[in-house]
Design a protein around this ligand. Structure first.
Ligand SMILES: [Zn+2]
Length: 133
């Protein structure tokens, strides 16, 4: 494999650790403080949503900005090496995200995506979560 920067490598490692990422833990803590009841990584639902609030028919995906290529985001820079490999990988990820979202909506769920970079502004995110609930 061609060399990649330490920064990119770090994000890949984080993305691979798909469960219980730092953003996920932060969001769970916020929801918990709001008294929300939720379940985690429900395998019986499309895409195994990170956080599921069954009472409110709400699924939340916590997306890493690099891995899910958050558009226009400072965390989502494309690697300069192996660009073909990465663009195919990202395209597949995006397609899969879309399909899962679509399937969940078909099943009557609300679907929300929270991006990793939204944790940069906890007050704003808190506000958003309150509105969702
Ligand atoms: Zn982002």
């Amino acid at each position: 494999m061609a060399e990649i920067t330490d920064d990119v490598r770090r994000r890949i490692m984080q993305a691979n650790k798909s469960k219980d990422t730092k953003p996920e833990l932060d969001i769970r803590r916020m929801l918990h403080a709001m008294g929300a009841r939720f379940r985690l990584h429900r395998k019986d639902l499309p895409g195994k949503p990170d956080i599921v609030l069954p009472g409110r028919k709400l699924c939340i995906f916590v997306n890493g900005c690099f891995w899910h290529q958050h558009q226009g985001c400072y965390l989502a820079s494309k690697p300069k090496t192996n660009s073909k490999y990465w663009s195919e990988k990202f395209k597949a990820n995006k397609l899969r995200d879309k399909r899962n979202e679509h399937d969940l909506r078909d099943m009557g769920w609300r679907v929300e995506v929270i991006w990793e970079c939204e944790l940069d502004n906890p007050a704003k995110l808190q506000n958003r979560l309150e509105k969702l609930l």
